[in-house]
Write a protein that binds this ligand. Structure first.
Ligand code: SF4
Length: 359
């Protein structure tokens, strides 16, 4: 696990550890393996960080935990709601750095869009976050913490709502922060942790080929690839990472992703007017995508202040969608949500000083 920032170097944050890592730590310090399970139950199932109330745990272990660990979670410092019900939150960490997290309601579903880094190093030219550069990786506790604090927040605002799905599509490139995202994902999936199903979590990557090749060492969640173009020159214009890992290298790595039966790789495709929305783009997509495992999710471009790109017309988006489906590629159009509060894909950027403009 990579800890890029610790507010109190004398104490480890207990939320940074998967049950397996915590178990190893406890055994090294003379405690029992099953103590990790007990601690997880208190933290994640009973949501009780007050160690004094952990009645089934020995006094000796309780003292060790209090001396060794902090229990720090991020805080919500601002929230805004779109006309369509999408909510955007500004989440603050102990070093005062912030990220944005989004809750997206849909029929029978409430999806949390989680950030993985403060800023992002990838610099996609269509993305608001990409203009920030990378400040630092998020720790596991800061990743799961977005889910934990917003679940608590919801209890007060909408007691009947529950977060059902997680997408790693907020600020940052999750595979650039591989070890911490892996640890956080293990906590999300652990039955003694946050207890989410594998199919409820989707990791989205810009196409970091060496890390894609390491996905057999990552919990088996859904994978989404930000493709956005089927020609190298256009993709390099949109995503500088393509100059290092071009489409050929990317697709070779994708074919090696360990997929469970009936699992798909979703290719996210940002539709931009007069750039990647032509008939030759459809031809190239059909040639490029591995059959049987590929789904395409079209995302009409979300314009934001200073963006250079435009969204195609509604009729053109439908034409593109129909053509791909006709040619045997399962294609959906993502409903754009939260554009009025800059909460849609590619629009996230923590600008605390500008928040009053969005209220
Ligand atoms: S689209 Fe994702 S990977 Fe690209 S700059 Fe934005 S946050 Fe980073």
């Amino acid at each position: 696990m990579r800890l890029d920032y610790m507010s109190d170097l004398s104490k480890k944050n207990i939320y940074d550890f998967s049950r397996e890592t915590l178990k190893n730590l406890l055994i090294t310090d003379g405690f029992k393996a099953f103590n990790a399970q007990q601690i997880f139950s208190w933290l994640y199932q009973k949501n009780e960080p007050n160690v004094e109330s952990w009645t089934n745990i020995s006094k000796n272990l309780r003292s060790y935990i209090q001396e060794s660990f902090s229990f720090e979670l991020p805080t919500v410092i601002w929230d805004g709601q779109s006309k369509d019900g999408t909510r955007k939150f500004l989440i603050k960490f102990s070093d005062s750095k912030t990220v944005e997290t989004v809750l997206i309601p849909a029929k029978n579903r409430l999806t949390i869009c989680i950030s993985s880094q403060v800023g992002c190093a990838i610099g996609c030219t269509f993305c608001h976050t990409g203009t920030m550069g990378l400040t630092r990786h998020l720790r596991p506790s800061e990743v799961t913490g977005q889910y934990i604090v917003l679940s608590e927040w919801l209890k007060n605002i909408e007691p009947d709502s529950r977060i059902t799905n997680i997408v790693y599509m907020g600020q940052g490139e999750p595979l650039h922060n591989f070890d911490n995202m892996k640890e956080a994902t293990e906590i999300f999936l652990d039955d003694y942790g946050l207890g989410l199903g594998q199919r409820r979590i989707t990791l989205s990557t810009s196409g970091m080929v060496p890390q894609i090749k390491k996905l057999n060492d990552f919990p088996p969640v859904n994978i989404a690839i930000s493709l956005h173009a089927a020609h190298d020159d256009i993709r390099s214009e949109l995503m500088p990472i393509n100059k290092v890992y071009d489409l050929n290298r990317l697709l070779s790595a994708i074919k090696e992703i360990p997929l469970k039966a009936h699992r798909w790789v979703t290719f996210e495709y940002l539709l931009i007017k007069n750039l990647n929305d032509r008939i030759e783009d459809i031809d190239a997509l059909v040639d490029l995508l591995p059959p049987k495992i590929s789904k395409v999710n079209l995302i009409p471009f979300n314009e934001y202040p200073e963006s250079n790109f435009k969204k195609p017309s509604h009729s053109h988006i439908l034409w593109f969608h129909n053509e791909l489906n006709k040619r045997g590629i399962i294609t959906t159009i993502r409903t754009t949500k939260g554009t009025d509060i800059l909460a849609a894909c590619g629009q996230l950027k923590s600008e605390y000083e500008k928040l009053n403009l969005w209220n």
